[in-house]
Write a protein that binds this ligand. Sequence first.
Ligand code: DP6
Length: 325
Amino acid sequence: MTNWTAIAISSSNIAFIKYWGNRDSQLRIPANGSISMNLDGLTTRTRVSFDPTLSNDRLTLNEQAVSGLPLQRVSVLLERLRAMANIKLFADVQSDNNFPAGVGIASSASAFAALSLAAAAAAGLDLSEKDLSRLGRTGSGSACRSIPGGFVEWQAGQSDNDSYAYSIAPPDYWDLVDCIAIVSENQKSIGSYKGNDLADTSPLQTARVADAPRRLDICRQAILTRDFSTLAEITELDCHLMHAVMMTSAPRLFYWQPTTLDVIHTVIGLRKGGFPVCYTIDAGPNVHCLTPAHSAEKLGTHLLQIQGVTRVLNAHPGGPARLES
Ligand code: DP6
């Protein structure tokens, strides 16, 4: 039996090998596999309540009622879930991020992972990790990687059934810290949801995708052997390849700000001097700087000295999405 209500909490994640571009845009079957680390402490908490008195789904994000595209994306996922559970009830969805709003940290991964788990539980479905990951993927591709814990690989697959994510190492396997240098708090003009569908307009995307299995092997191996310098090289290469595709798409997507480049140069200089640190950047200007935990405090001090870096958020490897009892 279900009382039609459940609450779930899920971490955001940062990709070392990026997802960019879809083989099937509707189902979010990606052009290539990806590898990420969940971000402990940067979470979304979502409450889903199926309610016989509702005549449509309702969404509240950080205490604001929301309609339009975000609500549509939530409803598409809920439709899938209703079909699986064989129910017709609409849902009230209340979702809150614990990380500061508008700092340019993607929340769609943690949001759709938490929504999938909460909605399945509220509908009385006890889905496997694989099936929750598949469900989350249809809301936002990267959400499938926030269902399992720690270091996670999303196997691209070829269909809805074989495109899902699983853990390749638990959170305590390697105490890396993502020190996120916040450069701008402005909303980006084209987010990743629309941007992903532009990837194929770049002549570079084919080469990027063709080389992805090689990068995935190197990255997976670097994590399993805790080899920071190999992880650093492959993470930065993969980031450059994705941004090269973004910059050469039609229309072009150019997410970097002058301070983004200042952070890149600082990180390169530090690593040349023997400091274990590397960077990666998502669809925005902020820079995710990875370093072993023992160097995180010192790195934070360096990053805050860069003019234009307004703050630094730190995240260790995070656990899987979980239900709140
Ligand atoms: C640059 O998962 O946000 O962060 O499926 O369109 O919702 P949609 O896209 P999303 O794209 C993430 C892109 C990225 C790289 C990554 O996280 O792998």
